[in-house]
Design a protein. Structure first.
Lengths: 95, 416
């Protein structure tokens, strides 16, 4: 697989390590009333879809940035690559 | 029809005209007491034990493709009970004991071969860890023996003993481990279940569940609606896909694991060996091919094929351990989609929906579990209580913090 890094251009997926579902960006509020339930779901439950999947890849052997890659789990086709920091900022986070 | 030496001679004398198909190909009925979804090893074993051990009737196994076409037909056939943790080791040793009598019970040659499995040790801390594991195994009634370099050299003289980085310093052997002809396990259970009246319905994909007031009443399939009192999901790599149709999210991700086989060689590898410094395991099939594998590809996928970086990594590990393997030509490689759970251990449990049950999360080690998984799942379905060896395999262990994480990797499925 080739991942089209927003800053570095097309890079071999071998340079990256894989973390999992991009929902891991959205860490729950630890002070919420139901924080325990939220953290359980955040830590352990996954959509694991057959089809389009937004997921976190880390450019370990490159610029060490985190990317949000939109990839089809049936065909391995990658349709979108974003910097994870941009995705987090777009949700009102500082980084 | 029972299989025996006598039968073979009789058929030889009359030109093999008397052999019958090993199982029927029935039309689905409108309803069953028990519907098992997925005719892999676990689903077929579950149906068999439901009929055999629990005397249940009106059982169907629904399979979207052909029986045995999933991971049970794709794995590297290794059986062992060399786990460490309390929730796992008694279960896998139970499974090992069931393998030991399986062929007689099923009247089917599954080529159960207890040729032994050897986990190699490359450092002193690794030896400590393996000694601990061996002790845990013996405490649970399994066999384990720590082998010296000389003992290993006598059996496997061609290993790379003096590698500068990863010298071989010993090994943990389980002599009762080995390999089983994977397809024959599916076929043996299918035939035995069919003989007890189980309807195995192939080309019948479950596309949805009919759930009314929190009770599962039946399944929608590519061959129409089928009602059922107890519906048992047993679809391995497709677990999340199927259970999402019941509105469930699982502690599971699907990953592909590849396997490889070389051209047929003369007998060279008497048992199963695993590399302790990289991920590589190898055995020799009865046809002579070296069957080997390594790490899963490590990203979510439902494509039953892997990518080249993993092929390179596995072959490099193989070369590091058995330099001679470089002279063998690789014949075939393939992949299977695995249900990787969040702690690397399986789930055999009820769901929050009445009448809907779940078996999955087998990661890359569910083949060896087939007999025990079938027994425990059948027990759960028949009695609504967990089998004594599957008490730890509950959904709520994640919420409650009782994960069974053999490698201590945390909630990241691709690391287990
Ligand atoms: C390459 C590879 C090597 C492995 N090596 C080993 C090993 O050496 N030792 C070991 O112990 N384990 C090994 N495993 C793991 C083992 O193969 C699996 O854990 C085990 O086979 C899973 O259980 P099963 O046999 O029931 O699954 P499967 O055979 O996959 O059965 C599931 C069935 O469900 C069917 N299905 C899916 N969705 C639906 C639906 N909607 N409706 C109807 N049917 C459906 C599928 O078609 C399939 O036939 C390996 C796996 C792979 C991929």
């Amino acid at each position: 697989m080739i991942i089209n890094h927003p800053l570095l251009g097309p890079r071999d997926a071998q340079e990256f390590t894989y973390l999992g579902d991009a929902s891991l960006i959205d860490r729950p509020d630890w002070q919420a009333e139901d924080a325990q339930q939220q953290f359980y779901e955040y830590t352990y439950l996954r959509e694991n879809p057959a089809g389009e999947h937004r997921e976190l890849w880390f450019h370990e052997a490159g610029d060490r940035s985190w990317l949000v890659v939109t990839r089809n789990t049936l065909t391995h086709e990658i349709s979108n690559v974003e910097m994870a920091s941009d995705v987090a900022r777009a949700r009102g986070r500082s980084k | 029809m029972s299989y025996s030496g006598f039968r073979v001679i009789k058929e030889a004398l009359r030109g093999h005209t008397g052999w019958k198909p090993a199982w029927r190909n029935p039309e689905p009925q409108s309803s069953y007491d028990y519907i098992v979804i997925g005719a892999g090893g676990h689903g077929l074993a579950t149906a068999y034990y439901l009929a055999k051990e629990y005397g249940k009737k009106r059982i169907a196994v629904l399979e979207k493709g052909w029986l045995g076409g999933g991971n049970v037909g794709r794995n590297t056939t290794i059986i062992r009970s060399n786990y460490m943790l309390d929730g796992n080791e008694p279960f896998y040793e139970f499974s090992m004991k069931k393998w030991e009598g399986l062929e007689q019970e099923l009247n089917y040659n599954a080529m159960v071969s207890q040729r032994g499995i050897l986990n190699l040790i490359h450092s002193d801390p690794q030896r400590d860890a393996f000694v601990r594991r061996g002790n845990a195994m013996m405490l649970n009634g399994a066999d384990a023996e720590l082998l010296s370099v000389e003992q290993i050299r006598a059996r496997y003289p061609f290993l790379n003993f003096n590698d500068a980085r990863f010298p071989i310093k010993g090994g943990l052997a389980q002599h009762r481990g080995g390999t089983v002809r994977h397809d024959a396990v599916a076929w043996g259970y299918a035939r035995a279940a069919d003989r007890l009246g189980v309807d195995i319905i192939q080309n019948c994909e479950v596309t949805g569940f009919r759930i009314e007031n929190g009770v599962c009443k039946g399944v929608e399939t590519s061959r129409g609606y089928i009602g059922g009192n107890k519906i048992a999901s047993c679809v391995a790599g497709s677990s999340s896909r199927l259970m999402s149709k019941a509105g469930m999210r699982l502690p599971i991700e699907s990953t592909v694991l590849q396997a490889f086989v070389t051209e047929g060689l003369k007998p060279v590898l008497p048992g199963v060996i695993t590399f302790g410094a990289g991920h590589f395991y190898c055995s020799q099939s009865d046809k002579g091919g070296l069957v080997f594998g390594g790490d899963p590809d490590g990203y979510n996928t439902y494509a039953q094929r892997g990518n080249l970086p993993t092929v390179e990594d596995v072959c490099e590990s193989g070369m590091a351990l058995i330099p001679a393997i470089g002279r063998a030509r690789m014949l075939r490689m393939w992949g299977g989609v695995m249900d990787m759970s969040m702690d690397g251990s399986p789930i055999i449990d009820k769901t929050d929906i009445d009448g809907l049950y779940f078996n999955g999360g087998w990661c890359y080690g569910g083949f060896k579990a087939t007999p025990a998984s079938g027994m425990c799942y059948a027990h759960l379905l028949a009695t609504d209580t967990p089998h004594e060896y599957a008490k730890a395999y509950r959904f709520d262990r994640f919420r409650r913090g009782y994960v069974i994480d053999e490698k201590g990797m945390g909630a990241q499925p691709n690391l287990h």
